[in-house]
Design a protein around this ligand. Sequence first.
Ligand code: KMT
Ligand code: FE2
Length: 187
Amino acid sequence: MAIEAWVMEENEEDQRLPHKKNPNEPVPLTKLQEIGVLYWHLDPENHENNEELKKIRESRGYSYMDYLDLCPEKVENYEQKLKNFYTEHIHADEEIRYCLEGTGYFDVRDKDDKWIRIWIKAGDMIVLPAGIYHRFTLDTSNYVKLMRLFVGEPVWTAYNRPQEDHPSRQGYINNFVKDSGIALQAH
Ligand SMILES: CSCCC(=O)C(=O)O
Ligand SMILES: [Fe+2]
């Protein structure tokens, strides 16, 4: 199964709507990889014994794991959390999420600072690199259950934009934005 992503139509409509352009401008996985986003599709059933997940965790050092069941009954300060998730931010580390149930949108900025919307469904696992500007919203299904992974003790601190001097932002620019800029200039 392939990932579904598109260039976002920015307007004042509800954030939970798809916000596709007309006509739609799909974004292929290769373009997401260029900006440092990793993606796997795994079997969401019986994830405790999923060999592929085990291998990814071992090879990338994802020792920590917990669950985020995004519904008002299970999450403290639900509305505030949703607001924070949709405020553009970065982290000092990777953001690793594996969708077990439901659906939602991860928005990431591309090299031209445009929003790309990534539709996450059961079985989708994504890694956002440290320093990438991003945000998250539920879609109209209003529910998602995610596995959160981390290397070592988790740090969920979000640094809201602008954050150009943050070391992870500078690292991100050096790894994923700068070279492509130079390559373009050379042509
Ligand atoms: C609902 S998980 C994704 C939200 C987010 O960007 C974060 O937790 O930092
Ligand atoms: Fe985040």
